[in-house]
Write a protein that binds this ligand. Structure first.
Ligand code: BES
Ligand code: ZN
Length: 418
């Protein structure tokens, strides 16, 4: 606890530093419009004495401008004893007719509207969750390899860091792209590996496209952030956060390619700059929406190695996700006898890349390694390395979820029914 507090106050000190470095904006604006604009959990905002300027009670989400002191307290109150922000820094509001606060209220209303449709669907009542096994999927599941996860995570966490803010933020990105091209060549699979440039960071995201046969315009997305961060600015091995999810989808890709093509297109993403504010995924999802792309479902795997609530217990994140897919997850666990105990849980804020897609109106799913109250306290530090506290057996559940997600959704005509 003491250590966690020390870390939180370090973050606090960094925030104060960042504020001090800001131009004299604070002096020229009235005090009410200074501070860092955030969305965060209403309870957290109240706990730190922030004045909530806009809110949605059903979402439990509020908008406030926080000073460095309040941010420090909020971080400390949040889960993981100050390891996770617990808030989302908002991009500047657009100049125009509406005031900033009105714009924020509109954003909250839009989110609440989406969440309302999700909640309505889950209230409809119990649907049969267990389905018939697809023998092809059952067979493919046996091809996933625990050892491949071990190898990938060992490899990725050996980079000193994968931070998007360093001078050469693409060393590990290019290395993974090379690995992916090699995989495609060795399986003689028709895949396309692209590096995606971003406006908000020099780091690139990676996209692998596996073209569909009969419904190629319809796309199933699997993603993981491949960057890492350390508040110490020392090494950021990011084994659990998030070499783990990156490894899961890498192995899913391997097995999927061996199955031959699906009806729908499947895209795999290793996102840039998640730790600096969902940078890569925000641009990618926004682009998808602007181009009217038909994205059927988006799976996010972020932290899959630490069995905080016991091996085989996983969280089913219920904010910024679709209840259609959350229910599917429960069903797949039964149908394919995955043996997971699935617990409903929430982040309370836009905590990973699924939120970028959800914001643009797409259906998302984010299964998580543990419940929030038992999560890995080593993340965002040089201590996030492979150790006997991590379980590759546990992580295998997520490879299985990923493979079922890809194969089920890419070989059906199903869509979110609301
Ligand atoms: N993997 C974390 C998110 C996470 C942590 C989810 C703990 C559930 C439990 C992610 O990489 C992260 O750190 N996100 C940031 C937010 C982002 C918008 C900068 C965070 O939570 O501080
Ligand atoms: Zn993280």
């Amino acid at each position: 606890m003491k250590r966690a507090n020390a870390k939180a106050s370090l973050l606090f000190a960094m925030t104060v530093g960042a504020l001090a470095a800001l131009p004299s904006q604070a002096q020229t604006r009235p005090p009410s419009s200074s501070g860092i604009e955030v969305f965060s959990d209403l309870r957290l905002l109240r706990a730190v004495g922030a004045s909530v300027l806009a809110q949605d009670a059903r979402l439990g989400l509020g908008y406030a401008r926080l000073d460095a002191f309040q941010i420090g307290r909020l971080v400390r109150f949040n889960h993981a004893g100050g390891k996770c922000a617990g808030y989302e820094v908002l991009p500047p509001a657009k100049p125009g007719f509406l005031s900033t606060t009105e714009q924020r209220q509109q954003e909250l209303n839009a989110l609440a509207h989406r969440a309302g449709r999700d909640m309505a669907w889950s209230r409809v009542g119990r649907r049969e969750m267990r389905g018939a096994q697809d023998p092809k999927i059952a067979q493919a599941l046996t091809q996933l390899e625990e050892n491949n996860l071990r190898q990938f995570v060992g490899w990725a966490s050996a980079f000193p860091n994968r931070d998007n803010r360093v001078e050469n933020p693409n060393t590990h990105v290019e290395a993974l792209a090379a690995k992916l091209r090699q995989l495609g060549a060795s399986l003689r699979a028709p895949i396309q590996v692209d590096l995606i440039d971003h406006k908000s960071t020099k780091q690139k995201s990676i996209r692998v496209r596996v073209p569909g046969t009969s419904r190629a315009q319809e796309v199933v997305v699997l993603g993981a952030h491949f960057d890492s961060i350390s508040f110490w600015r020392g090494n950021a091995p990011g084994a659990d956060d998030n070499a783990s999810g990156s490894a899961n989808i890498f192995d899913v890709l391997r097995v999927l390619l061996a199955q031959g093509p699906s009806a729908r297109t499947v895209e795999f993403y290793w996102y840039a700059g998640e730790e600096s504010g969902l940078l890569g995924s925000a641009e990618i999802a926004k682009d998808a929406k602007a181009n009217n792309r038909q994205i059927i479902g988006v799976l996010q795997l972020d932290m899959t190695l630490f069995p905080g609530n016991g091996e085989m217990t996983i969280g089913n994140t219920n904010d910024y996700t679709s209840s259609w897919l959350r229910e599917k997850l429960v069903g797949w666990n039964q149908t394919y006898a995955l043996g997971a105990r699935i617990v409903d849980d929430r982040c309370g804020y836009a905590c990973s890349d699924h939120a970028s897609w959800y914001r643009q109106g797409y259906a998302t799913l984010m299964p998580f390694e543990a419940t929030m109250d038992t999560m890995n306290s080593k993340i965002h530090s040089p201590g996030d390395v492979v150790s006997n506290q991590l379980s590759f057996r546990h992580s295998m559940i997520f490879s299985k979820i990923g493979l079922i997600f890809a194969m089920e959704l890419a070989n059906s005509g199903e869509r979110q029914p609301y």
